[in-house]
Design a protein around this ligand. Sequence first.
Ligand SMILES: NC(=O)c1ccc[n+]([C@@H]2O[C@H](COP(=O)([O-])OP(=O)(O)OC[C@H]3O[C@@H](n4cnc5c(N)ncnc54)[C@H](O)[C@@H]3O)[C@@H](O)[C@H]2O)c1
Length: 323
Amino acid sequence: MIGTGNIGTAHARSLAREISGAEVSWVFDADSARASALADELGAHVAPSAEQLIASSDAVVIASPDAMHAEQAILCLDAQRPTLCEKPLAPTVGEAQRVVDAELDLGRRLLSLGFMRRFDPGYVDLKAAIPSVGTPLIVHNVHRNTFAPYGLTSAGTLTNSAIHELDINRWLLDDEYASVQVIVGRPGPDTPEGEFDPMLVILTTERGTLVEIEAFVNAQYGYEVRCEVVASGGTLDMGDGSFITRRADRAVGHDVPELWLGRFGEAYRRELQAWVDATHRGKTSGATAWDGLVATITANAAVRSITEGPQAIDVPARPALYA
Ligand SMILES: NC(=O)c1ccc[n+]([C@@H]2O[C@H](COP(=O)([O-])OP(=O)(O)OC[C@H]3O[C@@H](n4cnc5c(N)ncnc54)[C@H](O)[C@@H]3O)[C@@H](O)[C@H]2O)c1
C-alpha cells in the first residue's frame, strides 16, 4: 500500500480483514509515522521508499495524492506489478498519457483504476435497468461533498471529484463524450477568490445524450451522490444509492433493499475483491489506464471551459490493448 491516508488505510484494512486472497505485507507513506501505525495494526512492514515496496510486493495499491499517481504507476509498470491505482490516473493529460504509453510499451494490461462506482450496487442496477426505459436522453448527476477534502480549486473539483461522474456516465451509457461546457455562478460557502463552487458541467455524448453534473465540493450539510437517467420511455432514479426508483407506464415504484451498508463501502469491497481475483488470474479489473486517460482529457477540457466556453473533447483512437 503506497499512501496510508484516508483511503489507503481503509483499503489496507479491507484487504487485510475482508478480502480473500490478499495480505498486506508492505506499506509506504511519505509520513513514516503514519505508515508505521498502520503497519503495526496490520502486521505489515514499513518500506523506506515506493521503489523498495514495489520490488518487495506481488501487487501494489497506489493511494498517494493525485500528483504522485502517474510517477508511481510507471514505477509499478516498469517492475511489472499488477497495480490498483486510485483515481484520478493523473491530474494532467500529459502525465495520464505517459502511464498509458508505459502500459502500451509493456504490451499487456497491469493497471486497474480505482473508479469504484463501477462496482457500486446502485450504479450496477441503474446500468442494467436502462434498456427497460428506452433510449437515454439526459443523465442528471449530483455530487456534493461536505467540504473540499484537499482544498478548493475549480480545476481540482473537476480533475479529482467530478472525475467520478466523468467516468461513470461514460460507463453507464456505453458512449463517448463529444463536448463539455462548465457553467459557473454565485460562489457557495468558503469559495476562495477566483475559484468556483458549485459548478454545472454539461456534456454531450457522441450518440447525443446530455449529461449534466452538479459539482459542489463545499456543500456543508453532508455527502450526497445522486443519479437520474431520463429516457425515451421513462426515468430511473438511483436516489441515495440504496434503491432505483422507476417511473414508466404511468407508475412509480422501487425495489426495497435487504440492508443498507453505507454509500460506497460495498463498492470499495467489490472493487478490491475483483482486483485481487483478477490479479490471481493475471488480469486487470474495472476501469483501465485508458479510461483514466479519457476521464482526465475530459476533466481538463472542462477546466478550460470555465474560462473559454464550450470545448470539443478530442480523444485519440483507442489502442488495441484497450479494445
Ligand atoms: N475512489 C475514491 O472514492 C477515493 C476516495 C478518497 C480518495 N481517493 C483518492 O485517493 C488518493 C488519496 O486520498 P486520501 O483522501 O487518502 O488522501 P490523504 O491526504 O488522506 O492521504 C494521502 C497520503 O499520501 C501520503 N503521501 C504524500 N506524498 C506521498 C508519496 N510521494 N508517496 C507515498 N505517500 C505519500 C500522505 O502523507 C498521506 O498519508 C487521492 O488521489 C484521492 O483522489 C479516492
